[in-house]
Design a protein around this ligand. Structure first.
Ligand code: NAP
Ligand code: G4F
Length: 323
């Protein structure tokens, strides 16, 4: 029988790739969207006619209960979040409501309507923060460094707790940074690749950045959503680190992105204190042995391939806009 999945956060980067993947696996996909004054369906425009979009909000538990009652999914992927770390200092309470308590609202809605639903929680390597060991595994202690990281620690543990308290099939994917041409413009990879395209076409001269020495384990979002799905196909729920195992600095990201366009990053980067964070996560690198061994998960795009893909995509978009 055809399976039905509900995705919260379907309009986001991961939601759109996960919807692509689930459709290709023969699922019926229901996407939760929150009300806004203008439509923001760009990332799912190519598949919109194959999706059922329903209005609800993770701030409003009744709306989630109604969606579950009406659409009766077999699997729920909870990707909704205030996901930008910098914003979490300016809006710490909102970040807690959406990114932390939002998880409990979805879990409670599952518990009350159909505890057989399989649940995926989008946990984050930001939970490791000021890292306690290198590389980070499922057993590395958490030390979050932002209100966002703190909220994700809550979301992770409430998922574990509902699994242990109520026997829910609830899994938590501790995903390291993953990017794509659909990444939001505020995140550093896309800020740089979009900026490179603008500079190449003469629309801008510089990109203003914060800490160039921060290191991240960057992978391709299209690969990472396959791990989310694989977790829910297991007999037993569990927690998994999903990462490439390689780390690169923001400076290296700039070097690769500018080189793709035949430019030297040193000619175009300005350091701007506004983009430095009150507390930084200096270094992340994950050990994905468990997800590789147990779920057979693999990456298909490496760091240079990812950044070049993003520069090429931004150049294409920008060329179409200016022509
Ligand atoms: P994203 O592009 O920022 O998407 C976030 C999604 O959440 C959007 O669809 C947004 O809807 C939705 N949302 C926000 N507030 C909501 C609310 N109150 N009710 C319902 N929906 C709401 O994030 P992403 O990169 O796809 O990440 C997906 C998830 O994975 C997030 O939970 C993020 O924290 C987590 N994560 C991401 C990474 C990464 O590197 N990308 C790594 C680890 C974990 P609108 O379009 O209406 O704003
Ligand atoms: O691209 P970023 O904003 O991503 P960050 O903070 O690592 O968070 C992302 O990955 C997490 C997984 O680890 C997710 F949970 C989270 O939702 C999000 O998707 O920043 C990456 C690094 C930081 O160290 C930041 O200080 O880049 C540094 N950076 C330097 N200049 C900058 C800038 N980041 C941004 N966004 N903008 C800058 O101008």
């Amino acid at each position: 029988m055809q399976k039905r999945a509900l995705i919260t956060g379907i309009t986001g980067q991961d939601g759109s790739y996960l919807a692509d993947w689930l459709l290709s696996e023969g699922y019926e996909v229901v996407g939760m969207v929150r009300r806004s004054s203008t439509l923001n369906f760009e990332r799912i425009a190519h598949i919109q006619d194959r999706l059922t979009l329903v209005s609800a909000d993770v701030l409003d538990e009744v709306s989630i209960v109604e969606v579950l009652r009406e659409h009766r999914p077999d699997e729920v992927y909870n990707l909704a979040a205030q996901s930008f770390v910098q914003t979490s200092w300016g809006q710490p309470v909102l970040t807690g409501e959406v990114t932390a308590l939002g998880v409990t609202r979805v879990l409670d809605a599952i518990r009350l309507t159909n505890p057989e639903i399989r649940f995926y929680q989008a946990s984050s390597s930001e939970m490791f923060g000021k890292v306690r060991e290198v590389p980070q595994t499922e057993h590395t202690p958490f030390y979050p460094r932002s209100p966002y990281g703190v909220a994700k620690v809550y979301g992770h543990w409430i998922t574990v707790n509902y699994r242990e308290s109520y026997g829910l099939h609830a899994s938590s994917g501790i995903l390291f940074n993953h990017e794509s041409p659909r990444r939001g413009l505020e995140f550093v990879t896309r800020k740089v690749t979009n900026g490179v395209a603008r500079i190449k076409l003469g629309l801008d001269r510089e990109i203003r950045l914060g800490n160039l020495e921060a290191k991240r384990d960057w992978g391709f979002a299209g690969d990472y959503v396959q791990a989310m799905w694989a977790m829910l196909q297991q007999d037993e729920p569990d927690d998994y680190v999903v990462a490439t195992g390689e780390t690169h600095s923001v400076r290296e990201l700039c070097e690769v992105a500018f080189a793709r366009a035949g430019l030297n990053y040193e000619d175009h980067i300005q350091i701007d204190q506004r983009f430095k964070r009150p507390a930084e996560v200096d270094f992340l690198v994950g050990n994905a042995a468990k997800v590789r061994e147990k779920l057979g998960w693999r990456t298909h795009v490496d760091f240079v391939g990812l950044i070049e893909m993003m520069v090429d995509a931004d150049l294409d978009v920008m060329r179409r806009q200016v022509s």
